[in-house]
Design a protein around this ligand. Structure first.
Ligand SMILES: [Zn+2]
Length: 92
């Protein structure tokens, strides 16, 4: 474990999606999101499918869903941040 207290490096926080928040979407919004969600290799198509997917996630204890390429993700609180260390890539 490393703590980086006192030092503020540029940090990346991925966006995440609240499952409960998404359940409040209108049908139209859910339908719009459907193609963005893939379950078992299959894209969702209807609002009902999206809703079922969200309920499924909740039943797994997932409060949030990752968005993007996140490898430091907590299913309750979302992205925990990435301490991005920028390598010096300056060419003389
Ligand atoms: Zn992340």
């Amino acid at each position: 474990m490393e703590a980086e207290e006192g030092e503020r490096m540029s940090r990346i926080i991925h966006m995440c999606l609240s499952v409960r928040g998404a359940l409040n979407w209108s049908k139209a919004e859910m339908k719009r999101m459907a193609p963005c969600i893939e379950v078992e290799g299959k894209q969702l198509q209807t609002a009902d499918e999206v809703k079922n997917f969200l309920l499924d996630e909740l039943s797994k204890g997932h409060e949030v869903l990752p968005s993007g390429d996140c490898d430091n993700f907590d299913w309750k609180t979302g992205c925990k941040g990435h301490g991005k260390q920028e390598a010096n890539q300056e060419n003389p």
